[in-house]
Ligand binder design. Structure first.
Ligand SMILES: N[C@@H](CCC(=O)N[C@@H](CSS)C(=O)NCC(=O)O)C(=O)O
Ligand SMILES: [Fe+2]
Length: 249
């Protein structure tokens, strides 16, 4: 009876799941730490170089072993901490193959990361950049969207081979097609919000609820200034952040 209950609800799967949503105030970036509390194996999504010591403190405090530091895309606004985490913990880095960035694992749609009993599925969601990936933790209905989908918004499409029409298709086919109660965790939020759901975004996203032609017009007229750190971030993130990093050994 109890076993049937846990099979139906996924309770066994989630009872020892460790999850931390960590924030970098400067770039408004969310870094996600996921782990299996049983095996202690962990993954970090979208670390920020200045926050690596915080991430390591979290991992050590929870007694976790970091297997992978993975990126949703080549970020334009901050330098990734994935290379630094590799240097400090021995984990593997990962980034989309089509981005042509360096990383231990050059990944794409259909690839998977396993940590303990959990599996993160890789989906290609290009449009904000050509190499944007979304990570789906199906068992727990949690999705890490990078900048493809932001809460009540989406990533800009005016650089890094961005394309509004491509982004629209990516998001509708690969994210908003998931069950309505799926939780969506973005790479950034500029208004203090932390999480949304597929159902909410299908109803309330002011851009993505429009027809594709109107969406493209909206995206073509955002008029956003370029991220302040774009010139530093792009070359650094092509090598997982290990670029002109001062060595203090
Ligand atoms: N002001 C910030 C950059 C803000 C920005 O451009 N954010 C990106 C995501 S980081 S590539 C974006 O896609 N925003 C979409 C939006 O609608 O806000 C800075 O200078 O770093
Ligand atoms: Fe981005």
């Amino acid at each position: 009876m109890y076993k049937q209950f846990i099979e139906a609800t996924g309770a066994e799967m989630s009872s020892d799941f460790i999850f931390r949503q960590l924030f970098d105030r400067e770039s408004c970036t969310y870094t996600y730490l996921l782990a299996d509390g049983g095996t202690k194996e962990a993954i970090v999504i979208d670390p920020v170089i200045e926050m690596v010591d915080r991430d390591i403190e979290q991992l050590e405090g929870l007694g976790l072993k970091l297997l992978y530091a993975i990126n949703t895309h080549v970020h334009a606004d901050h330098v990734t901490g994935s290379g630094m985490l590799k240097k400090k913990t021995g984990c593997k880095t990962a980034i989309a193959k089509v981005s042509t960035a360096e990383g231990d694992l050059k990944i794409g749609a259909g690839d998977e990361f396993t940590f303990g009993k959990y599996t993160l599925e890789v989906r290609a969601t290009p449009g904000h950049t050509n190499g944007c990936l979304t990570y789906v933790l199906r068992d727990l209905g949690m999705v890490f969207t990078g900048d493809a989908l932001l809460i009540r918004g989406c990533g800009r499409t005016d650089f890094q081979e961005g394309s509004a029409a491509t982004l629209y298709k990516s998001v509708w086919d690969n994210i908003l097609s998931l069950p309505d109660d799926t939780k969506l965790y973005p790479a950034h939020d500029y208004k203090g919000r932390t999480v949304t759901t597929v159902g909410e975004e299908k109803r309330f996203n002011p851009r993505l609820t429009k027809e594709v032609d109107e969406f493209v017009k909206i995206m073509d007229n955002l008029g956003l200034p370029y991220p302040k750190k774009i010139d530093v971030s792009l070359p650094a993130n092509m090598v997982c952040g290990l670029y002109e990093v001062p060595t203090k050994e």
